[in-house]
Design a protein around this ligand. Sequence first.
Ligand code: SF4
Length: 331
Amino acid sequence: MSPLVQVQDLAKVFDVSAPWLNRVLEHKPRQFVHAVDGVSFSIERGRTLALVGESGCGKSTVARLLVGLYQPTRGTVAFDGQETQAALASAAPARQLRRRMQMIFQDPYASLNPRWKVRDIVGEPLIEHGLVDGDQGLKSQVGELLASVGMSAADMEKFPHQFSGGQRQRISIARALATKPEFLVCDEPTSALDVSVQAQVLNIMKDLQRERGLTYLFISHNLAVVRHVSDQVGVMYLGRLVELADRSALFATPRHPYTRMLLDAIPDVGMSGRARTPVQGEVPNPLNPPSGCAFHPRCPHANARCSAERPALSEFQGIRVACHAVAEGRI
Ligand code: SF4
């Protein structure tokens, strides 16, 4: 069976130039940020691909490109074999596509309308897509959706401010599930929550995936969370994928030096005694990225080739890695 989501050479360039008059007076050139630069991956039905990386690596931009909130500068996204750009250009296919893919945002405080009751928030997509008949039908469907995320039907008469952060995120998930989507794009869905609450929300998401056969793209900067939810992991650095592998392979034998650096930052609760290198340096300015491999200023394995030539994502023993040192057998 073909993958549900296929992304090919996806790129997004933002024009961040100063206004025209400032540029003329101050003799400044136009400036562009390559937020996503040639990313390709696919997600099988019922599986979870997690994209990880530090802030500014482009993972949230990929999420927004997938659901059509941004137009790609280059490349394609195909959903169930159909190119989303073409589908989003006309009303009926766009509506159908929006029903089948939904997004959960990081901040449940900002993504829920504070003036609406939970019944209206969760029920809006049902009404919008004509999936409900009458007030009684709406109440019963909203009640079922709330029950599916571990809340009670009585909660539908309350406002968002009457709930904790974790409960608000559950409401966001219930709303996202209203149209019975097949694909959920989850952009740091638990980052704003306390650690104990994060686990509850992640477990609910895993249960829902099992029950409904959902496919997830999960965006996170936290590898401990990714280890809990993912089947496949893509590591991003400055807009590019540097490693793409099955979860077990990536956590057992990380190949790319950046992946190793991120893994070394996770607390070693198993007290394995393995030598660890803390995360060093900072993500470079995306307006002026380093030449060659963008990671070379922070990499302990960098050589002259690394600063001159950008490595391509190539397959090594089932793991796709973009690194000269791996290709040369140095690591
Ligand atoms: Fe380090 Fe070179 Fe590999 Fe980049 S290509 S990660 S600089 S060894």
